[in-house]
Write a protein that binds this ligand. Structure first.
Ligand SMILES: Cc1cc2nc3c(=O)[nH]c(=O)nc-3n(C[C@H](O)[C@H](O)[C@H](O)COP(=O)(O)O)c2cc1C
Length: 248
């Protein structure tokens, strides 16, 4: 098993996998790590759908266009989940107050599911497995995926995660320098950020032009802005309003 330092500091996204299946005891370890995720109020407002069935993975690939879903060993879908609490409180004859419909309730569910995903990433990486988070599992066709996976109302996909034995080892992506990520005591003023941001844009442009597996001429800020523009076209708010009854 990798050290904590190696696990955290050499992690990179892996999108290509060997055909080898992940052993059941390794999956069991990942599931235990997921289970022990810290959650708001210990409410455990998340669930994971584990997809090992090949035809199901291929169907999700057809919906999302993300090839790593069909070639991975196991695909995990991290969902925010207020349904379990509804079932539990109904057993006691108690009604839930509708927290899941509020902006904070939605945020809490997304945080819990995201932390659970990070537990899975860390556990999997420590075992020498590779992972790729798949946001398209949330945005590509949420209603179709929810129906296919039999998600009840109050359960909604936050992110997918492909897992498998790596058959590629891309270069580690440079990240923003620590001073632009961890602000000391108060948020850094714009004038103290500009030089670091410009240098990072140039660093990413050079990395993208020379990295081992696929080269592009992108920098960071314009590339991310393009993604944001594209993401605003998904329009999943209507689905979330219907599926979760959001009030905002
Ligand atoms: C919430 C989330 C959603 C993501 N969605 C996708 C995706 O749909 N497809 C994909 O290929 N990579 C996806 N990624 C992977 C990112 O592109 C990757 O983490 C980022 O480029 C940084 O690279 P690194 O993980 O190698 O450091 C996602 C990552 C996160 C955290």
């Amino acid at each position: 098993m990798k050290s904590v330092e190696e696990t955290l500091l050499t992690r990179r996204t892996i999108r290509r996998y060997e055909r080898r299946k992940i052993e059941p005891e390794k999956l069991a370890y990942i599931y235990e790590a997921i289970r022990n995720t810290p959650t708001s109020y210990n409410g455990q407002q998340f669930s994971v759908i584990a997809v090992n069935d090949q035809p199901t993975k291929e169907e999700i690939y057809a919906i999302t266009g993300q090839k790593q879903i069909k070639t991975c060993s196991t695909f995990l879908l991290f969902c925010l989940d207020y349904h379990k609490l509804k079932v539990a409180t109904a057993l006691q004859g108690v009604e839930t107050p509708g927290f899941e419909k509020t902006i904070d309730g939605y945020t809490v569910g997304v945080i819990d599911a995201s932390l659970a995903m990070m537990s899975a990433v860390t556990a999997a990486e420590s075992l020498g497995l590779g992972c790729c988070c798949v946001g398209y599992a949330r945005t590509a066709d949420p209603e179709r995926l929810a129906t296919m996976l039999k998600l009840p109302q109050g359960v909604s996909i936050v992110c997918g995660l492909t897992l498998g034995y790596p058959s590629e080892m891309p270069d580690l992506k440079p990240k923003l320098p620590v001073e632009l990520v961890v602000h000391q005591e108060t948020y850094t003023a714009d004038e103290d950020m500009r030089q670091g941001l410009a240098e990072y844009d140039e660093q990413i442009r050079q990395f993208n032009a020379s990295r081992a597996l696929s080269q592009t001429d992108n920098d960071w800020s314009v590339h991310v802005t393009d993604y944001h523009r594209h993401s605003m076209e998904h329009g999943i708010a209507a689905y979330l309003k219907k599926w979760l009854g959001l009030l905002f």
